[in-house]
Design a protein around this ligand. Sequence first.
Ligand SMILES: N[C@@H](CCC(=O)N[C@@H](CS)C(=O)NCC(=O)O)C(=O)O
Length: 245
Amino acid sequence: MSSRVIRRANIMPLVIHHLQASQSERIVWLAEELGLKYQLVIHKRDPFLSPQSIKDLNPLGQAPIIQDGPVTLPESSAIAEYILTLHNPQSLLRPSPSHPAYPQYLYWFHFANGNLHPQLSRSMLLHHVGISPSSTTSFHAKRHFAQTAKFLKFMDDSLSDGRMWLAGEEFTAADIMCGFPLTTMRAFSGEDLSEYKNILGWLGRCVQREGYKRYREKADPELELMVDGKSPANFLEKLKAEGKL
Ligand SMILES: N[C@@H](CCC(=O)N[C@@H](CS)C(=O)NCC(=O)O)C(=O)O
């Protein structure tokens, strides 16, 4: 790393904007795993969606967002790549292109937001409007639920035979990217993971990591730990019960 970059990093640490109970948890977790020096700015939901402070930083009103000197960057995968490339002098959490695990790493890193998250976002929408696998007669909704089960079985099978992490033996940023849709996001999408023992084993290993624990302590200390499989308490319903919505 050049001395110029070191100087700039010392003067202006990376700023991570985290919306509580959201996918920006991945960026705080990543920063903790890498041992980064960064400034954490916590934004509370207002009451369900982003507060004005997030809208001021991102025209789409979505978290996460980072600021790095003159750079303001939203979008989880882009941020993760940016940090892994520019704030990762020891090249941690990302196998090199010559490593045999590299294709698996790339696959799972991009599967997170390219496939798994959009799938569960559709679940979230159906969940919010009260459409469930047992109640619906819609062809499209039924197909969606069947497809979600296929996704989860595929992930579960991929973690069978004692496979510790998605890309193989080493924990990588792909595990961080895939963690959110199967933990915190389930408070919005409602998935029950009870029958997916390998996914649950993997989630259990994720939350035992010191980096994950530090993320929780600093950024989401009150959030339910959603790794036991059953459908978590619905975030929206909780807000309603607390009279916040
Ligand atoms: N594809 C974007 C999606 C970001 C996103 O939808 N963030 C949600 C939190 S999980 C958000 O900010 N929601 C609040 C809102 O839309 O008001 C990314 O990966 O960063």
